[in-house]
Design a protein around this ligand. Structure first.
Ligand SMILES: Nc1ncnc2c1ncn2[C@@H]1O[C@H](COP(=O)(O)OP(=O)(O)OP(=O)(O)O)[C@@H](O)[C@H]1O
Ligand SMILES: [Mg+2]
Length: 452
């Protein structure tokens, strides 16, 4: 990371330089606005820290110029205690954050690191978003896992032919999405896509719903009504939750598929229909056949082509791009500007098992987005059931150290933990100590030992 500090007080520049160089960051200093602008023009910085009051120009001018040259660089303003209103003004002009003099260097370190992380995440997410748009999306279905890419290929292959398709997969894996994708990639795409959920309609109504009825077919049938098969003529009929289709209707459906003809209730004449059928279920239909709950002949008729969508826990590499996709979607829906998900949150998501699959992921992202006050989704508002699965690790494995040294390693862990606790408590050491379960005295001891 490369930092530029613009401050006429030489001391401040030196202190900041010392602080960050200790962490192997590069630090450049400038004592006038002009010098600062020159450096911004000729070099690239990850973070800029600038005093609001400078001898030749104001920090506001620097801010405006820097935003013009490199709009993406986060800028942190230093301001005297009395002039926080100017600082707020600066934030409106696009400053990332501000810090008031005299400041605690640990606080500055946290602010700078947060700004840098946020910027990094933003850039990464932009890249990811582009990849999703270019490579990993197929009719709004997101997936980069091998299994999903194979499904995309399969859809491409089978969409143009008229065979019946059976889509299987747990609840929330995207069966509806895939049914629509098949229709809109088929030669029938100009025709209707009609969907019916076999589980949501009572058995006695389902038949007339599917096949229609003639006037007088039953009490209350004062007019004739076309069924969904007729509505879907020249298009696709999506029979969702086909496992719930009652036995009697299973036989009738089989006949329609074979003969391509329907007879409305109370009607005497058969009608030809040209419909492609896509069925979906989250039940194990084969087992239902074995148990005698689903007709074997119908099963084979439907299962000409099977698309089996794996549960999310078996393709976790899809999680980050799905999260990004849902963030983009919800930003529009909720009018928010969330930049991405923290790595901590993604880690928790990776460990979790997702019984509700993609639907559950979509719902939790929406919920977090509603509750999140910051621009990055964090685990702050995540319900406990997601967090309880495993400890969150934030420590590099020993193999990452060149010459391994246990004391150094333990110090690193302590340092990282303490930094995190300070980050969580916004720099409040007493609260941080409480968070870590140690006394304020011990906290100060560690803090002085490790950071000074
Ligand atoms: N691969 C994916 N990419 C983007 N969104 C997805 C994906 N899979 C599922 N979704 C979204 O998740 C939600 C649930 O998907 P869908 O309704 O298609 O699941 P389903 O398998 O039909 O579930 P059920 O068995 O409960 O009917 C939808 O909002 C859908 O847009
Ligand atoms: Mg569904």
């Amino acid at each position: 990371m490369k930092i530029l500090v613009i401050d006429d007080e030489k001391n401040i520049g030196e202190v900041i330089k010392l602080l960050f160089e200790k962490e192997n960051y590069e630090v450049e200093t400038a004592q006038t606005g002009r010098e600062g602008i020159e450096k911004i023009k000729n070099d690239f910085f990850d973070v800029i820290i600038s005093d609001i009051k400078l001898p030749d120009t104001s920090g506001m001018e620097i801010l405006k110029m820097a935003k013009e040259i490199h709009p993406e660089i986060p800028i942190i303003m230093i301001t005297a205690y009395a002039s926080t209103s100017t600082a707020i003004e600066a934030m409106k002009l696009g400053a990332e954050d501000y810090i008031t003099k005299p400041f605690d260097i640990e606080e500055l370190r946290i602010i700078v690191r947060r700004a840098y992380e946020k910027k990094k995440l933003e850039i990464e997410n932009k890249k990811l978003q582009k990849l999703i748009e270019e490579k990993y999306s197929f009719e709004n279905i997101i997936g980069k896992s091998k299994q999903m890419r194979e499904i995309f290929l399969l859809i491409d292959k089978i969409a143009p032919i008229d065979s019946t398709v059976l889509i299987t997969g747990e609840s929330g894996t995207g069966k509806d999405l895939i049914a629509k994708a098949i229709h809109f990639r088929s030669l029938r795409k100009e025709g209707p896509f009609v969907a019916i959920n076999c589980a949501s309609i009572p058995e006695n109504l389902l038949e007339s719903e599917l096949f229609g009825y003639k006037r007088g077919a039953f009490t209350g049938a004062v007019t004739s009504k076309a069924g969904l098969f007729q509505e879907a003529n020249k298009g696709t009929l999506f029979l969702d939750e086909i496992g719930e289709l009652p036995q009697g209707l299973q036989a009738k459906l089989l006949r329609v598929i074979q003969d391509k003809k329907i007879r409305p209730l109370g009607g005497t004449q058969e009608r030809e229909v040209d419909v492609r059928i896509i069925a979906a279920t989250n039940h194990d239909l084969e087992k239902m056949v074995k148990d005698g709950n689903f007709r074997e002949d119908l099963f084979y008729r439907l299962n000409v082509i099977n698309i089996d969508i794996p549960p999310l826990r078996k393709r976790k590499e899809d999680i980050p791009i799905l999260v990004n996709h849902f963030i983009e979607k919800m930003n529009k829906k909720l009018g928010k500007n969330i930049k991405g998900a923290s790595s901590e949150l993604l880690e928790v998501f990776f460990i979790y098992d997702w019984p509700g699959n993609v639907r559950e992921l979509e719902n939790i992202v929406e919920r977090l987005m509603i509750l999140e006050e910051e621009e990055i989704l964090t685990i702050k508002h995540l319900p406990n059931k997601y967090k309880n699965t495993k400890e969150i690790k934030d420590v590099p494995p020993p193999s990452e150290f060149e010459d391994f040294d246990l004391n150094k390693y333990l110090d690193e862990i302590a340092k990282k933990t303490i930094s995190l606790s300070l980050e969580k408590t916004k720099g409040n050491k007493k609260e941080a100590a409480k968070l870590l379960g140690i006394s304020y005295r011990s906290f100060r001891y560690y803090y002085n030992k490790l950071f000074k």
